[in-house]
Design a protein around this ligand. Structure first.
Ligand SMILES: Cc1ncc(COP(=O)(O)O)c(C=O)c1O
Length: 408
């Protein structure tokens, strides 16, 4: 079936965090302005219709008329095993799979289960803000292995610094984000092996947040860390259908833990968890029948990214971007405008009335950046960039910048 991702679906009045959650969004501190004209592109949730087999499966569940406590059938586990084997050549055993109602929830459980108050947890900033929250709100310490950005906007790991920090005996856990949100890197096998070796040698557990792993540009390959190393005793992996298939509201994360001791500690800390019949039906439908939709979605997002790069080249060459290897977010460097982060914020959020996410939320390394989530109909993305460009028109374009962007 051919999907029309250009279709604009009105999400207002559907309890949508993006489109109805103004008060909460202001409270979190993302913006001061939120009204009916606001274009919200700050959160990783798509404004695009989901696969038809998923809609059919949910209709079937509704038609049953009873929504009681539900158990996970064999098809649930088989669908997960089949997806990861087929898409990523990763063999998962049924008893390694632990359901969790969310990835951020699972990260919080892992921090509590495997570290003590005061222990250090490594993260690689700039990174998805809830990593910091999971560490600090649980009384642990952030140990930042800052990603290094070169002149081309390409981020890489500072392994020397990583090893020094892993060696500290207070360091107990590393939260890996792969594909990395917001910088868009998909780490290579050699990078993953090196991280794993350092952690194994220093008794540091790895919890890998791989929930963007299906959203990869066509020329890149995603490798789950647990697939590329032999001994996975120190690895916990979060997988989810929420980013891939736009079902964040159905709360479905599956945590893969091969080490039985870690699995028991994780499950005991989390407590008994059941999922809703909608969640179970959704996972089975998307993992068994969602590939065709995903192929079309990826093509659409690739097209949107091409459009954004072209637009910025022509209209806002001061904004430096790198096409992300994975994820559907774009990390945009506004430093060439020579404006303060507050001024950039004011022009985008208050004047253009577009909601992105200030880079500073991802760590101080992101101070000059803005993150945008792109999985919306292209007309919405166009409108957002038109509005933003208009608010920066008064700043002279330096033609040398134009050529830098063009040559990338
Ligand atoms: C890297 C990363 N992890 C976790 C989440 C949230 O996952 P969940 O809704 O399953 O808690 C997001 C959402 O944007 C994300 O980008």
């Amino acid at each position: 079936m051919k999907y029309n991702f250009d279709e604009i679906v009105n999400r207002r009045g559907t309890y949508s965090l993006k489109w109805d959650g103004g008060e909460l969004i202001k409270e979190i501190g993302i913006t001061e302005r939120y009204d009916e004209e606001t274009l919200p592109l700050f959160t990783a949730d798509m404004d695009l219709p989901v696969p038809q087999p998923l809609i059919d499966a949910l209709h079937k569940t509704v038609d049953h008329k009873i929504f009681g406590y539900s158990v996970f059938p064999d098809e649930y586990y088989e669908a997960i095993q089949h997806w990861f084997k087929k898409r990523h050549n990763w063999e998962i055993k049924k008893d390694e799979i632990v359901y969790s109602p969310g990835t951020v929830h699972a990260l919080n459980i892992a921090v509590r289960a495997f570290t003590d108050p005061g222990d250090g947890v490594i993260i690689q900033r700039p990174v998805y803000p809830p990593f910091t929250v999971a560490i600090e709100k649980n009384g642990r310490k952030v140990v930042n292995n800052e990603l290094k950005c070169d002149d081309e906007g390409y981020y890489s790991i500072d392994f020397e610094d990583f090893e020094t920090k892993a060696k500290d005996e207070k360091t107990k856990l590393f939260i890996l984000c792969n594909p990395h949100n917001p910088v868009g890197r998909v780490f290579h096998q050699e990078e993953l092996r090196k991280l794993s070796d350092i952690c194994a040698a220093n008794n540091v557990l790895i919890i890998a947040d791989e929930i963007h792993g299906d959203l990869i540009r066509h020329e890149n390959t995603f490798n789950p860390i647990a697939k590329v190393i032999e001994n996975t005793d120190h690895i916990i992996t979060c997988t989810a259908i929420n980013k891939t298939f736009n079902v964040a509201g159905l709360h479905c994360t599956n945590v893969i833990i091969s080490n039985p001791r870690l699995r028991k500690t994780f499950s005991d800390t989390m407590g008994f968890q059941l999922a809703s019949p909608f969640t179970i039906a959704a996972l089975i439908a998307v993992y068994n029948e969602g590939e065709d939709w995903l192929a079309q979605l990826k093509e659409y997002i690739d097209g949107t990214i091409d459009w954004v790069v072209q637009f910025l080249t022509e209209r806002m060459p001061q904004v430096k971007v790198k096409v992300p290897e994975g994820t559907y977010v774009m990390w945009m460097d506004f430093s060439a405008f020579g404006l303060s982060p507050e001024e950039v914020h004011d022009r985008i959020y208050n004047k253009a009335n577009v909601l992105l996410e200030d880079g500073s939320m991802f760590g101080e390394e992101g101070l000059q950046y803005q993150r945008i989530c792109l999985p919306s109909p292209r007309a919405i993305i166009r409108e957002a960039f038109e509005r933003i460009a208009k608010e920066f028109e008064d700043i002279r374009v330096d033609n040398s910048l134009r050529s830098v962007v063009n040559s990338e």
